[in-house]
Design a protein around this ligand. Structure first.
Ligand SMILES: Cc1ncc(COP(=O)(O)O)c(C=O)c1O
Length: 382
């Protein structure tokens, strides 16, 4: 079948190998400890589940492309509590089917090579979806490396002067996947200023916000102005709700208007009963606090074991440890050593070549599994 060059280019950036390794171990009957994907697996609070179930009792018409007023209000109330930000629920918020689909499709609204807007900027190592979306939109992709010596912030002076005006969308992601790094308000504010100066969109993927170990990362929702800015939020991590598929985009009302029109055609409107559960979840600050405590405790066990085995641990996300492999090892070889002992982690180069030399270890398994994984790590090279 003649599949498109864009399909082939985008497919090379997939974390599918983690799923394949998990399936192969399970097919062989091996007791795998899965520290690969960063999805929390804690129970969702009863009030959230019941709100979704109650909505199912009524007839459900086609959902409105802008989402239910209750969910938009709940997200606005969360932004008010968390950031003291007054978002207009009508004009500045749109619920999404998880944040992935919205992150993937944004480039389709903004990339326009004929008008001189052909560039998407993303950071590496990184979540691969901004780059995949750019590829499908026919954009030129500029990947800026996140280096330990720069605090895992992209070096903006690596962007040639003539390219700033060609940027359609500039992606940042803090707390960062996979490095776990946080960002300060000055960096986001500076980039938002450049977005307005050069006419591009600053897209801030904040899927891991609220799940930190040290100081909270800054959020674009704290900016003085959201002109040219979009923030992508999600319940998958802070609510431990990956299977509900619920997120939001908030920001510049002109862009939210365009997204509403685009999403009506794309059909990416969240089911009404999921929106009912999501409204209850955004009203609840206890679940993220519980996750910070549980995942933070597990992270500390893994950091101890990894440090003792000669890894250098970085990051402040409580969902991941970003660990530099000991001298003489590659990411792939270190991940393989652990997999041979039934511990699945992500080799850093899965997130782009700039991740070579690192492992991403997720903290999402049970306490007993984390203790067993720590024991395996403690036997490193013995
Ligand atoms: C950095 C980052 N952004 C966004 C997402 C998307 O999450 P969801 O579509 O579940 O909201 C993920 C999921 O792993 C992620 O790692």
């Amino acid at each position: 079948m003649p599949l498109s060059a864009r399909f082939h280019a985008a497919s090379s950036r997939s974390l599918g190998v983690l799923g394949e390794a998990r399936a192969a171990a399970r097919a062989a009957g091996r007791p795998l400890i899965d520290l690969g994907m960063g999805e929390p697996r804690e129970q969702v609070p009863a009030a959230v589940r019941e709100a979704g179930a109650a909505a199912l009792a009524s007839y459900l018409p086609y959902p409105r492309p802008g989402g239910t007023p209750e969910l938009r209000e709940a997200i606005a109330a969360w932004a008010r509590r968390r950031f003291d930000r007054a978002l207009d629920p009508e004009r500045e918020i749109i619920p999404t089917l998880g944040s992935k689909e919205a992150i993937f499709s944004l480039a389709q609204l903004l990339v326009d090579p004929a008008a001189g807007r052909d560039l998407v900027v993303a950071t590496v190592p990184g979540y691969p979806i901004p780059a995949a979306g750019a590829t499908y939109a026919g954009a030129r992709l500029l990947e800026l490396p996140l280096r330990e010596q720069d605090g895992f912030l992209p070096a903006l002076d690596a962007i040639p002067d003539e390219d700033w005006g060609r940027i359609a969308v500039f992606w940042i992601n803090y707390p960062n996947n996979p490095t776990g790094a946080a960002v300060d308000a000055a960096f986001i504010g500076g980039l938002a200023g450049r977005a307005r100066e050069h006419g591009f969109v600053l897209a801030s993927d904040e899927a891991y916000w609220e799940l930190w170990t040290g100081e909270p990362s800054a959020s674009a929702l704290s900016l003085d102005s959201l002109a040219n800015v979009l923030v992508f939020g999600s319940l998958s991590k802070r609510g431990s709700m990956p299977g509900y598929r619920s997120g939001f985009v908030a920001g510049d009302p002109e862009l939210i208007d365009a997204l509403r029109a685009f999403r009506l055609q794309a059909g990416t409107v969240p089911p009404v009963f999921v929106q009912a559960a999501a409204a209850a979840a955004w009203a609840d600050d206890e679940q993220p606090a519980r996750l910070r405590s549980v995942l933070g405790r597990r992270r500390a066990v893994l950091v101890d074991a990894l440090t003792g085995a000669g890894f250098r641990c970085r990051g402040e996300s409580c969902v991941f440890v970003w660990a530099a492999v000991p001298a003489g090892w590659t990411s792939a070889r270190a991940a393989e050593w652990l997999l041979e002992r039934d511990v699945l982690v992500a080799a850093g180069d899965l997130f782009g070549a700039a991740g070579e030399g690192w492992l991403r270890v997720a903290t999402v398994a049970t306490d007993a599994e984390i203790a067993a994984a720590a024991k395996v790590i403690a036997g490193w090279r013995m």
